[in-house]
Design a protein around this ligand. Structure first.
Ligand code: ZN
Length: 60
């Protein structure tokens, strides 16, 4: 279990084997900006630049 103190880990993913950090966030299909992930009230990706929202789908 990862500790919750590292909030950046929700955005960045640290790879201890390679010693690299990479961005987990998706890029906006409209304007190519980095999108922010929000869990509530509905899990979704939102673009702060153009307002594009991509709702996550749950696999059945
Ligand atoms: Zn956008």
């Amino acid at each position: 279990m990862a500790e919750k103190k590292a909030r950046l880990s929700t955005i960045y993913e640290y790879d201890p084997e390679k010693g690299t950090i990479r961005l987990k966030n998706k890029k906006c299909p409209r304007c190519n900006s980095i999108m922010a992930h929000h869990e509530k009230p509905i899990p979704r990706w939102a673009c702060g630049s153009c307002g594009f929202t991509d709702y996550e789908r749950k696999k059945a």
